[in-house]
Design a protein around this ligand. Structure first.
Ligand code: PLP
Length: 256
């Protein structure tokens, strides 16, 4: 009999372009040897340039879907992306506490095209309910600043650890510079930086690819330092092979 693949429970928004959101999760998770179980937190109207609208999934439907999954599948890791409203963080945190598996949280606050995707209430709920159960938080630099109200990235990393995250990977794709510098913060250890050549063009779904890839690699049993390094390398490969199917940004090629 074939060995079963570990299951990553992905809670993300649906991006109809297929560049980001739940489809990015499914592709990255499948490419890296795990199975994605998927629950949609929000439906969006968007194209490859920007998000026009995000609508939260029905709360009762979300609860029923999660109950059905948790009664059936054995979940190895939870991956959380775009959230629909301020009630969702507590629901997800409750599940994480119940099943006690690593949780990767990609705090999607703003679309690459500029649209705001998180209300102040959602931001607050993410901080108070979800961050204390987060194994790895993966904000980009601007999300790290918005979550903390701080500017300097080392200070943001420290504040996000103090808010309860066990690890924080602040990505630097949205910072200036020839290299993209990502920073890993964990309590009691010196921050570690990773530098990647900056690839030409702009991308839609890079953050989702990284966070979902990381969740998948953790689900397959890689230790965190290796999973962090390998997920970044995977994302870089996907970005290097990216193409633009529409009039906007390039989509990472997550499946060769
Ligand atoms: N739409 C959904 C559903 C997302 O999850 C995300 C990002 O995670 C976006 C849009 C925005 O993606 P990007 O900022 O890469 O364009």
């Amino acid at each position: 009999m074939k060995e079963r693949k570990p299951v990553v429970l992905c809670l993300s928004g649906h991006d109809p372009t297929g560049g980001a959101g739940i489809q990015a999760d499914i592709e990255a998770v499948a490419s890296l040897g795990a199975h994605a179980a998927t629950v949609i937190t929000a439906h969006t109207v968007q194209d490859s340039q920007n998000v026009a609208r995000s609508v939260a999934a029905d709360a009762q439907l979300l609860r029923e879907q999660l109950d059905a999954l948790l009664n059936d599948l054995s979940i190895a890791v939870i991956k959380v992306g775009l959230l629909g409203d301020a009630t969702q963080p507590a629901l997800i945190a409750g599940i994480a506490q119940r099943i006690k598996v690593p949780l990767v949280l990609d705090p999607v606050l703003r679309a690459g095209g500029g649209a705001d995707l998180a209300s102040e209430a959602l931001l607050g709920a993410m901080k108070s309910a979800l961050m204390p159960v987060t194994t790895v938080l993966t904000p980009n630099a601007s999300e790290a600043r918005r979550l903390t109200g701080l500017v300097e990235l080392d200070a943001c990393g420290a504040a996000l650890l103090a808010a309860g995250c066990s690890n924080v990977l602040i990505t630097g794709g949205d910072e200036p510079g020839e290299a993209v510098v990502n920073r890993w913060y964990a309590a009691g250890r010196t921050p570690r930086t990773y530098a990647w050549p900056r690839l030409p063009g702009s991308f839609h779904g890079a953050g989702c690819t990284l966070a979902a890839g990381l969740a998948a690699l953790l689900a397959t049993g890689l230790p965190l330092p290796q999973a962090l390094a390998d997920a970044q390398a995977y994302t870089q490969r996907c970005l290097a092979a990216a193409t633009a199917p529409g009039h906007g940004r390039k989509f990472p090629r997550r499946i060769p």
